[in-house]
Design a binder for this molecule. Structure first.
Ligand SMILES: NC(=O)c1ccc[n+]([C@@H]2O[C@H](COP(=O)([O-])OP(=O)(O)OC[C@H]3O[C@@H](n4cnc5c(N)ncnc54)[C@H](O)[C@@H]3O)[C@@H](O)[C@H]2O)c1
Length: 450
């Protein structure tokens, strides 16, 4: 860690090094080429046209597509969904001449499609990503990248073989807030990391995944057989289709849905490959609607010392019965202070040097001749707020910008399948720990369960 920091400070030069020592200077910009290159990537790239298709046109698929289409020279040519109602509304939103289908393989066959957004329920991410890259398409796959740890390496290997650009959709890693936090941690702003914590809190039916079930949602309008073709065979159940997050065959619970964002940001900021030990506890306390997953979940994680960072612990919680704690946060704590990281803001708080009341320490100080009262000093600020400019278009916009830029320039993205798997794995292992009632051991370097 210290070596890394020295290397980083050397790279920063005098301004950056001063920033690492004096909190006052943190408010000045630290200019590091790598960060700036990525920030500006979408603005400096060429504008070769990209033809897109969307697979999974629900809530997030729609958001993803609308965000993607804000970029220049990106066109949506096809949409796939298993529910006909979503195909109808896709045509209303994006044009009646769209090619629409209930079979994603029809999309992958088309030569006019360069790239696909995959925003299906989690249990289809792996297979569609692999099939898409094998068919020569670039992939934006929503988080979590996979539905279980055993699927991860299949995606990583297919990606490596394909030479295509695949990005995973935890858009926070493309935020100005995450980038600033990464710079500040590397510059030593909070000292050596010892602890991190994060949470998601909600208290509404929709927040707790009780989504609306459309009146016309039935076996005639939904290709249920295809939906369950890679998992347990069951009779048609509208709740399992429209509220899939509540069921283990299709979703990944609170940790796969939400912790994964916090892992992505934490790993991006600290360069960590992940924890080695995972444990979780929780329970179904309130939303007893037949769901199989808890609505209160606590996870603790051990991140031992590694070439990227000192040893630290992480604590995460998710509570769908809490309307009082705001929505979400991530805090990283170091020996010198802490930082609260949001996508559009970072707040650094430095420790106060605590005066000791211990009589032994007072005696020791006297012996050192430090008994005379020294003159009070001017102190540097203990709290600094870094906020994004109002004109910023947001993390989601930049995440797509980074993907398009990598496609056009044959470049790379931060959240590639290796990163995506390392962020998903500890989240998925939380479920394994909860359901198997044991610690899970993980090798984050080789991406293997121990
Ligand atoms: N990045 C984020 O901030 C964020 C936010 C919300 C959701 N997500 C992720 O996006 C994904 C979708 O979530 P959602 O809330 O939009 O769910 P949703 O239920 O609204 O949409 C999923 C859609 O996928 C379709 N689908 C399922 N299997 C399919 C298949 N084999 N072929 C074609 N279509 C298929 C369904 O018919 C449905 O319309 C999830 O993986 C979720 O974790 C990410």
């Amino acid at each position: 860690m210290k070596q890394n920091r020295r290397h980083f400070l050397k790279k920063l030069g005098a301004t950056g090094a001063a920033a690492a020592i004096s909190p006052l200077v943190f408010s000045e910009e630290i200019h590091d080429k790598n960060f700036l290159e990525r920030n500006l990537a979408h603005e400096t790239a060429d504008d070769t046209p990209i033809n897109l298709a969307l697979i999974g046109a629900g809530i997030m698929g729609t958001e993803d597509t609308n965000t993607a289409l804000r970029h220049a020279n990106v066109k949506l040519v096809a949409v796939c969904d298993l529910y006909l109602g979503r195909l109808d509304s896709a045509k209303q939103k994006w044009g009646s001449n769209l090619f629409v289908t209930q079979d994603y393989k029809e999309i992958l066959k088309r030569k006019d499609i360069d790239a696909v957004i995959i925003a299906t329920s989690d249990h289809w991410h792996k297979q569609i990503s692999i099939d898409a890259m094998n068919a020569g398409k670039h992939v934006y796959c929503e988080k979590p990248m996979v539905h279980s740890v055993k699927e991860g390496m299949d995606v990583v290997n297919a990606w490596k073989k394909s030479g295509k650009v695949m990005v995973v959709g935890s858009q926070g890693v493309s935020s100005l807030g995450n980038e600033k936090a990464k710079e500040l941690v590397a510059a030593g702003a909070i000292g050596d990391i010892v602890y991190a914590e994060g949470f998601w809190a909600r208290h509404s039916p929709e927040g707790a995944w009780q989504y609306n079930v459309p009146q016309d949602g039935n076996e005639k309008t939904v290709d249920w057989k295809k939906y369950i073709s890679n998992t347990t065979a069951r009779d048609w159940d509208p709740l399992r289709f429209f509220r899939w997050r509540n069921y283990l065959d299709y979703g990944t619970g609170m940790s796969g849905d939400l912790f994964v964002h916090l892992f992505s940001s934490l790993h991006f900021i600290t360069n960590s490959k992940g924890p080695t030990k995972v444990s979780s506890m929780g329970g179904l306390r309130y939303w007893k609607d037949g769901r199989e997953v808890p609505d209160v979940l606590l996870g603790t994680f051990d991140y031992p010392q590694s070439p990227e960072h000192p040893g630290f612990n992480l604590s995460l919680r998710c509570n769908f019965v809490d309307g009082t704690s705001g929505t979400t946060y991530l805090r990283i704590v170091g020996t010198k202070g802490s930082m609260d990281v949001k996508w559009e803001e970072v707040v650094v708080k430095l420790n106060q040097n605590a005066e000791s009341d211990d009589p032994f320490m007072r005696e020791q100080a006297k012996l050192r001749g430090a008994s005379q009262e020294s003159r009070a000093k001017i102190l540097p600020p203990r709290e600094m707020i870094y906020a994004a400019e109002r004109s910023w278009k947001g993390a989601h916009y930049d995440h797509f910008g980074n993907w398009f830029n990598a496609i056009r320039t044959n470049g790379t993205v931060a959240e590639d399948p290796v990163f995506g798997f390392r962020a998903a794995a500890p989240a998925l292992l939380c479920n394994d720990s909860y359901f198997q009632d044991k610690f899970m051991k993980w090798d984050p370097v080789n991406m293997k369960l121990i």
